[in-house]
Design a protein around this ligand. Structure first.
Ligand code: NAP
Length: 308
């Protein structure tokens, strides 16, 4: 059993900020970041809405800098994947996938969210064979090919712009004719000649033998189905909070799996705090994740000092 003051679960902007604030307040802090630490920003190409960067910064670069910053300040960085959180009050016991355990005075949950899929029966078969939830990761393989992207949020629109740089034809399929993506990005997409919007439409089948060869879409207003030939299908329909490991804990979750936390990041268990996309119903922005992470770090440090 490894004893520490604070375990931060997750190494995205929320987890890193929490750890930075806690360690600078004299708190012995471990980040359990999992095998691929960094969260969704690792899959983001250019970030230009994070204040303080004159030019767009790559998501990988931003996370790499945050990790280096944590380490420089004395945060212990591990690849541990936490699978269980136990305890109704401090101290808490955290169990890792390999059986290792931590005993921590406080915990910050900053586990983020993962891609949501469409739920089509063919999805499992085509994942990695033209079907992807990460254009930044897999777009490269679609160079020179026709691709479709599904979704009406910033991710879908930004991915469409990214793919349109090297794919001759990009279809953006969205179930409505209004978008969650911000207006600036929507206008950029509308002004990109090789992106075609396919609106009021949902994919009903992925077509192909061994790899994606097309997608069958149904117009939800007319009921008419159309086949679009493409080699790649990118799904960008939002995210699911990564909170399954809390299901048997006393930390309350919403129906959609979000950690219920108040504006000071306190969860339903005193000494357990939550920050970032795993607890964010509305914003899911890197800068907001970092901000709530800072709050969680401050709150956790105060809690630990009170209970020393
Ligand atoms: P999102 O904003 O939740 O958008 C998800 C989109 O997928 C919505 O348009 C939704 O349609 C659609 N959708 C959901 N389930 C669907 C289904 N089963 N079938 C078909 N369509 C479905 O998700 P996101 O685009 O990943 O963005 C997440 C958050 O990150 C947002 O707050 C976004 O602003 C932020 N973000 C920001 C940036 C940036 O600022 N640079 C970049 C990427 C993401 P409806 O609209 O009809 O619900």
């Amino acid at each position: 059993m490894i004893e520490t003051d604070l375990v931060v679960i997750g190494a995205g902007p929320a987890g890193c900020s929490a750890a930075i604030y806690a360690v600078r307040a004299g708190i012995k802090t471990v980040i359990a970041g999992g095998a691929v630490p960094g969260g969704q920003l690792l899959q983001t190409s250019d970030i230009e809405n994070y204040a303080g960067f004159v030019d767009p910064v790559g998501g990988f670069e931003m996370m790499d800098n945050m990790h280096k910053q944590c380490k420089r300040l004395g945060v212990e960085f591990t690849a541990d994947e936490i699978v269980k959180l136990e305890g109704e009050k401090t101290p808490f016991i955290l169990t890792c996938a390999d059986g290792k355990q931590y005993k921590a005075a406080a915990v910050v949950v900053a586990t983020g969210a993962k891609a949501r899929w469409l739920g089509l029966p063919e999805e499992e078969k085509f994942k990695g064979h033209g079907l992807s939830a990460c254009a930044t990761c897999d777009g490269f393989f679609m160079r020179g090919k026709t691709v479709c992207i599904v979704g009406g949020g910033n991710t879908a629109f930004e991915d469409a712009l990214f793919l349109a740089q090297f794919c001759p034809q990009v279809y953006l399929i969205h179930r409505r004719d209004a978008f969650r993506a911000d207006q600036v990005t929507v206008e950029k997409v509308k002004n990109t000649p090789n992106i075609q919007l396919v609106l009021n439409s949902v994919p009903v089948e992925i077509i192909g033998t061994d790899a994606v060869e097309g997608v069958r879409v149904k117009n939800v207003k007319t009921g008419v189905t159309t086949d679009i030939a493409c080699s790649g299908l990118f799904v960008a329909v939002g995210a699911v909070p990564q909170t399954e490991f809390l299901k048997d804990s006393l930390v309350a979750l919403s129906d959609s799996g979000l950690v219920l936390a108040d504006e000071r990041t306190h969860t339903t268990v005193e000494g357990v705090f939550a920050a970032g996309d795993c607890a964010d119903k509305y914003y899911r922005q890197a800068i907001i994740a970092a901000g709530t992470g800072a709050k969680a770090g401050i709150e956790a440090a105060a809690f630990i000092n009170l209970h020393r």
